[in-house]
Write a protein that binds this ligand. Sequence first.
Ligand code: GRF
Length: 201
Amino acid sequence: CRIAVLVSGRGSNLQAILDSIDAGSLPARIVGVFSDKPGATALQRVAPALRWSADPKAFASREAFDADLADAVAATDPDWVVCAGYLRILGDAFVTRFRGRLLNIHPSLLPKYPGLRTHARALADGETVHGASVHFVIPELDAGSVIAQARVPVEPGDGPDDLAARVLQVEHPLLLAVLRLAATGRLTEQGTTAALDGHGL
Ligand code: GRF
């Protein structure tokens, strides 16, 4: 199956996908890596021919940036489009174009803590359990149906960075479990949580 990945930063989730493909445990191919940050470390993880990036500030509007991004993504003919640390909100036109095959990994146990600064907000609320979610993307931010979640404990003395690091460790296997379903035709927006039972997530 053909996977396009949207990234803004370091790309450890992208690396986990690449490693899993290399190891033969994900029957997929990365067909493009797309970024709103031309300097993103994540882009360096794939060959130049697979990279696309542009600075949104160079566009007249959010819609104009999204339209170029959407055309570039569509040109790679992806079966799935995965936001893996993509920090810019996708407009309705983009989401509608790829709906049903557009996934995001979000560092909280949705519906708790949509948006940014999830770890600091969980700590401020005194949460004892936190985690990550993989969900379908719909126009409302971080509100699409959740496919799978992974939980981690919040430890005494944790700061946001400690918690982020602990969550990141479970993000990678979580995302890979969902992508294995996607790559093997077992994932639709109508629901698949049952299919993940037994993955220990
Ligand atoms: C992850 O925590 C992801 O959930 C969040 O941003 C982080 C990206 O990490 N939205 P990386 O770029 O995959 O290393």
